[in-house]
Design a binder for this molecule. Structure first.
Ligand code: SF4
Length: 342
């Protein structure tokens, strides 16, 4: 099955997409700057972005963003069904709700009918932190799956199937278990992610283990690598995970050495400085960033572009051939000039 949110199709044989969530309130923001940031996130590999929609005052900035964003915009709703109606009216391409905290069933029905009326998708988002009452013998995963299937029955009864489901836990094993159980019972597309996964390095480990396991089994149509950190890093981690699994082809592959006492070029500082710029390039290339002649020239042979330190200069390679040398201070521009000249 598939769900459509704006120009993004989730599920079926469509590519697995990457999402992130905007990290601040919609109040007091400059929507034009937000559109620039969304465009940067899109260049890094983000396919959809979600905003918390919590008050009437969010409708105007949300509406501007939804109509100017290069990627679908999702409203995250909790508790107040009227916020869902407002977000849909403002142009949300998709909303995320947990019918369990919306209140009476008729409120969810109104939201679902409104989404149908404007062609928006709905994610039924269940978290272990807001679980319904568990039945005897059930664990978190079983309770989430049973509840999601019940809500899907409601939605289908109202003639609505433009739906995605997420069953998230901060426990990676429960997340994997819930997604597997759901996948065995339903063809609806799943949004997968480990919720509250922690700071970037910790989240990357937990998320890679859980999402990599599921995606390798063909489970998961859209992902979010949740981080206590920057949205850009969430997107980079998600896109890199898909590329590593062979589920995303386009993009730059960075190869970089960890730097050691032999280094003649500070690869740690350089990689940090150029990472987002490199990963925003719409090119299918590999770039090696190497600290010295031990492995620098060797990696340069296999990379489309390489930069490596030797003695007091940095050397640039294209397809294994040396094309020049510059001072370390000029390395960034020299590298991008070489790539841009391709
Ligand atoms: S390439 Fe050179 S600087 Fe980098 S880790 Fe290897 S030996 Fe150390």
């Amino acid at each position: 099955m598939e769900a459509r949110a704006g120009n993004l199709i989730i599920g079926g044989n469509h590519p697995v997409s990457v999402q992130t969530m905007y990290d601040s309130s919609l109040q007091g923001i400059d929507p034009v700057l937000i559109i620039e940031r969304i465009s940067s996130l899109h260049a890094l590999g983000c396919d959809a972005i979600r905003f918390s929609f919590i008050s009437h005052d969010d409708a105007a900035p949300f509406g501007y963003i939804a109509s100017h964003s290069p990627i679908p915009v999702i409203a995250d709703i909790h508790f107040d069904w009227k916020m869902a109606l407002l977000a849909l009216k403002a142009g949300a391409h998709k909303i995320r709700i947990n019918p369990g905290n919306i209140g009476a069933k008729w409120k969810t029905e109104e939201v679902v009918r409104a989404a149908a009326g404007c062609g928006a998708a709905i994610r039924i988002g269940l978290n272990s932190g807001s679980l319904p009452v568990m039945e005897e013998g059930e664990g978190e995963a079983e309770a989430m799956v049973r509840t999601a299937l019940e809500y899907l029955d409601w939605f289908q009864g109202w003639g609505f199937s433009n739906t995605v489901v997420s069953l998230k836990s901060s426990d990676v094993a429960e997340t994997v278990k819930a997604a597997r159980l759901f996948s065995a019972s339903s063809d609806y597309p799943q949004h997968i992610g480990v919720t509250e996964a922690g700071s970037p390095v910790i989240s990357a480990v937990r998320s890679t283990w859980a999402l990599g396991t599921l995606l390798s089994e063909g489970i998961g149509s859209t992902i979010r690598v949740s981080m206590t950190g920057d949205m850009e890093d969430e997107v980079i981690a998600g896109a890199e995970l898909l590329r590593t699994l062979g589920l995303r082809k386009r993009g730059v592959r960075i190869i970089s050495c960890p730097r050691c006492g032999r280094h003649a070029f500070d690869t740690i500082a350089f990689e940090k400085k150029v990472r987002r710029r490199l990963l925003s390039l719409d090119k299918d290339i590999s770039v090696a960033i190497m600290g010295c002649l031990v492995n620098g020239p060797g990696e340069a042979k296999g990379a489309d572009y390489a930069i490596t330190g030797m003695k007091d200069k940095v050397y640039l390679y294209r397809k294994g051939k040396l094309i020049g040398s510059v001072e370390e201070a000029d390395a960034e521009e020299a590298l991008f000039e070489a790539i841009g000249n391709e």
